[in-house]
Design a protein around this ligand. Structure first.
Ligand code: AMP
Ligand code: ZN
Length: 467
């Protein structure tokens, strides 16, 4: 299996630290508002990465945090006259609802920054002891960036260039020794949440949270660390500096970053105001459509959000769902027949789409090509289903379900029948009639009736109504 590693800027063969196991850390959202669909992209794509590892038989330990203390959360709490804890807890609950709607599996652990302060104090103390951090007069603790030789290795930045870029922005009042140094711990301000520490009452910087939560739940060295590409610098670069300086071992072997979800080819973000929340979208589309749309592109390609693409994702999803329903319908309405020799060959052919699917996924999780393989399978099933024995149809459905599960696409039986599915079933009935299989044609009519669809044969063709 090949993974594009931001660290080496190459696709590399995946070799886990421990045989048969994968440890993954995905940076989670800062919870001061409903999540927007840009935030949903890493959730969905890395959920599929996890599912694919599980499909391959790995045991995956997946950790994704909630940043529940931050300037924006505090500002929101002030605005609403409630505590920062209340703001965070409300939006964590809302985020979990959205994740469920999007079919994102809950992480093995969802740590919250405010519950890991002890670990942060320990790591900062170690960094000070090892000469990688220092306390300024006002109690702020800074990481000494130049003390970490490999600084810049993830973002491929040269420390000298960084220095040039930072020269002008030495904010008044800051007591850094070097403009490149970044905050590990900062003193409290009036009315803000704070924790006691050896340096001052205060709160952690953002980067130290992830270094500590990853260490606490996955250990000093992990297989994969992931997030959106905006996190490469400075967040992930700083995480590496902190973790490797404190622990003395490599932090993560593979760094994966998703490209942006854009609107009008600009990054969707709260600060630009050009965003839709997942909740907004759920009023117009089933969230499985949003998931399917996100997976229609490779995770490292920018993806532009548009109604047309969502409509096309909706149609694609319906095509797969209709095929699964058709399989189930045939299974429920045909007598059991053993697999004919010819059918064994057909099932073998159907398996070739699994190979195609796997090849796409093994190539840095190319979900776009993996979905294309699912569509080819659907086309193949549609072509061969009318003559197939129940045993063969069961085989087709098993394959389809197996691949859809990796994508997190739920194709289980739905009570509500979609227009597309009705039309497919009508076509199937017409085919049965043409081959003079009137029994099957009647069964299809009865099945539709049971779902509240009445058929009328007219000279212009079959008309249907919901009753
Ligand atoms: P934040 O709450 O801004 O820290 O973001 C949480 C996660 O969403 C991070 O992994 C970000 O990189 C990611 N993210 C934010 N905006 C977008 C976007 N427009 N497209 C893709 N990922 C995004
Ligand atoms: Zn992080």
């Amino acid at each position: 299996m090949k993974i594009y590693n931001t660290l080496s800027r190459k696709k590399e063969e995946f070799v886990p630290i421990e045989d048969g196991k994968v440890s993954m850390y995905v940076c989670g959202p800062t919870v001061y508002n409903l999540i927007h669909i840009g935030n949903a992209r890493p959730m969905i794509v890395f959920d599929v990465v996890r599912r694919y590892f599980e499909y391959k038989g790995y045991e995956v330990r997946y950790v994704s945090n909630f940043t529940d203390v931050d300037d924006k959360i505090i500002a929101k709490a002030k605005e609403e006259g409630i505590t920062a804890g209340e703001v965070a807890s409300r939006y964590i609950d809302e985020c979990k609802k959205d994740m469920e709607g999007l079919g994102v599996s809950p992480a093995t652990v969802h740590p919250k920054a405010t519950e890991e302060i002890g670990g942060m104090i320990d790591m900062i103390s170690t960094l000070i002891e090892k000469g990688h951090a220092y306390k300024a007069q006002d109690g702020t603790v800074y990481f000494k960036t130049r003390s970490f030789d490999d600084y810049g290795k993830l973002s491929h930045k040269n420390i000298e260039d960084l220095e040039g870029g930072h020269r002008d922005i030495n904010v008044t009042g800051e007591q850094k020794e070097d403009p490149l140094d970044f905050v590990l711990w900062k003193p409290k301000k009036e009315g803000e949440p704070y924790w006691e520490s050896p340096w001052c009452d205060g709160r952690p910087g953002w980067h130290i949270e992830c270094s500590v939560m990853s260490k606490a739940y996955l250990g000093d060295s992990i297989d994969i660390h992931a997030g959106g590409e905006d996190l490469i610098f400075p967040h992930h670069e700083n995480e590496i500096a902190q973790s490797e300086a404190a622990n003395g071992v490599p932090f993560a072997n593979y760094w994966m970053h998703n490209a942006f979800l854009n609107i009008d080819h600009k990054k969707m973000s709260k600060s630009l105001g050009n965003f839709f929340t997942v909740r907004d979208i759920s009023e117009r589309f089933d969230l499985s459509v949003l998931r399917f749309f996100m997976l229609s592109a490779h995770y490292r390609s920018p993806l532009n959000f548009s109604d047309e693409l969502m409509e096309s994702a909706k149609n694609g999803l319906e095509r797969i769902q209709t095929c699964a329903d058709k399989c189930r319908f045939v299974l429920n309405n045909s007598s059991e027949k053993p697999l004919a020799d010819e059918e064994k060959k057909l099932l073998g052919e159907a398996e070739s789409f699994v190979k195609k699917f796997e090849l796409a996924m093994e190539d840095d999780f190319n979900t776009a090509d993996a979905i294309a393989a699912i569509f080819e399978l659907v086309r193949f099933i549609n072509q061969n289903i009318s003559e197939a024995s129940s045993e063969c149809v069961k085989g087709y459905l098993d394959i389809l379900e197996k691949l859809c599960k990796v994508m997190g696409i739920d194709i289980s039986e739905k009570t509500e029948i979609l227009d597309k599915e009705i039309e497919e079933l009508i076509n199937l009935r017409q085919q049965a009639r043409q081959s003079k299989d009137f029994k099957r044609a009647d069964e299809i009519r009865d099945e539709l009736l049971a779902k509240g669809i009445a058929l009328k044969d007219t000279r212009e063709g079959v008309q249907w109504t919901r009753i």
